[in-house]
Design a protein around this ligand. Sequence first.
Ligand code: OOG
Ligand code: NI
Length: 462
Amino acid sequence: MTAKVSASDIRTSFSSAMSAMYRDEVPAYGTLMELVARVNDETLTSDPELKARLEATDNLQRISEERHGAIRLGTAAELAMMRRIFAVMGMCPVGYYDLSTAGVPVHSTAFRPVGEVALKHNPFRVFTSLLRLDLIADEALRNEAAVILAERQIFTLRAVELTTKAEAESGLSEEDAEQFVAEVLETFRWHDKANVALSMYHRLHDAHRLIADVVSFKGPHINHLTPRTLDIDKVQALMPEYGIAPKAVVEGPPTRKCPILLRQTSFKALEEPVSFQDGKGGWKDGTHTARFGEIEQRGVALTPKGRALYDKLLDDTRKVVRPTADGSNAVAYEAALADTFQAFPDNWAAIRAERLGYFSYSLTEKAKMSLPSGTRDRDTLIAEGFIRFDPIVYEDFLPVSAAGIFQSNLGDGAQQEFIASPNQKRFEADLGAEVLNEFDHYEGIEKASFEACLKALQTRAA
Ligand code: OOG
Ligand code: NI
């Protein structure tokens, strides 16, 4: 039997192949990567404490390679197959996001690695949405769209074969893994020839721009790829200097000393030439706007209590000022956000003491030289300097932010109302699996880290 490549190694190859392809397809993504690398270097140089913490927790390495992408799928069968493909790369569906409330006719999950080891190896994630034709009022159009989607095949035959083989043999050989990456990449490729006629495209587009984006093409082109920055305000400020126009406001929490959850900003989608079918076997020129750039800064994962506080403060802010698409009230929004979030403690000790965030525990240098006096109490061990705590990175997404990212790329006048109709059960039936609850996952990591500390102390005491 030939040796198998680990799922994490396949994921790493895939993530870098995807990055190379997107850089080729969307040059502004390459520019953004350069800018992010520069800002990250500068941030680490000017903040030795941050650098030391990232090194101590083995998290420094992953940051320059870290990114997430997003795709939008059309059918349940596509979603189910996508799940099997991501599983070969060690990526599981985590979380359920209902975006109908925000005027986007999709619901989503994030495929990502779980567990500390896999995350440190490579935390590549793909925010994956499924189009909800059930939210489209026009029944005739709904049926036509369903027919078009049912006919397309977004996966290569070989990608499906290799996935089946990986499932049967619990992994892939090096040669198969290499081919698997190349074949799966095809699904994410941009197609400049549409699947439909221009008139159909316009009808879909009039129903909702997102429907046109999903139904008109042969495959679910990757629509953005997002590097992680250590200072999003700096990148946002420098973007114009690099010839990139950022969206008006950064999504998520305000600037803080201790970052929480996730902050994101993006640049507007590009209008790209596309050929549409003319119904006579030829092509007709048109354009489509879908692909954009985004950056993110990640902070501590919040407990349900912390998340409830975050949601409340964001909601309170938006009652005062709701950011408009044209950015005309950006300054007022940022001021209101900063003001409201005064209520969220901004030092790690308080965030931990109030059980607002998740932390991982590890032994200090002191604990390696001397032993505590038998106590197993966490707070005492921390107070006496035997155990240190570090924030656990939030690895997921935020529905309000995701909606803001979607909206900033839907263009003016695209605001549309849908009846809120979260349907996680339906999504999971289509997916063919349940999505993992993110809170349970973070809690497990926190608990395991503390138990490992106790075990190490006990072993040495014995
Ligand atoms: C996905 C938007 C959500 C994020 O970072 O919140 C997202 C999409 O536009 O398909 O990627
Ligand atoms: Ni994104």
